[in-house]
Design a protein around this ligand. Structure first.
Ligand code: ZN
Length: 142
């Protein structure tokens, strides 16, 4: 298990949290925790409205589904109608190389090629089989 990894993980980029109602949930994070939402963004590709809240050198990503059959809507349905932690993202310096290494070492990617996520980041999800159930996102941001 030691060594042998070529990819360079820089930090936990963000924790992705599914919510039923972004406006409503933001009140807790802003009014109680004192975090600042740096604007919201719709990511059509993933059918979500996203809000990023910086916390130190990482962020919380709140995700509200924009339709009834998107990945976040499905996650909430599976979770008994409640929101929850949906994924963890780590920042890599070279996402193409990181994807290659995951595949080369015999693990599956959900996204074989990077796509664009919120904040114009290049992202790709690893298959949760390799992580015993955690949806892990690789993210490259300049
Ligand atoms: Zn994410």
């Amino acid at each position: 298990l030691l060594g042998g990894s070529r990819m360079n993980i820089l930090r936990v980029d963000h924790v992705g949290i599914a919510v039923n109602n972004l406006e409503e949930t933001l009140k807790f994070y802003e009014d109680v925790l004192g975090l600042k939402c740096e604007g919201t963004e719709i990511v059509e590709d993933q059918k979500v409205k996203v809000a990023f809240l910086p916390v130190g050198d990482t962020e919380l990503e709140l995700l509200e589904s924009t339709c009834e059959d998107g990945p976040i809507a499905k996650f909430i349905a599976k979770n008994g109608g409640r929101g929850g932690i949906q994924h963890v993202a780590v920042r890599v310096d070279d996402i193409e190389k990181a994807i290659e290494e995951v595949k080369e070492k015999g693990y599956k990617m959900i996204d074989e090629k990077p796509r664009y996520g919120a904040g114009n980041a290049k992202i790709a999800f690893c298959h949760p089989k390799g992580t015993d159930g955690v949806l892990l996102e690789l993210s490259e941001r300049k």
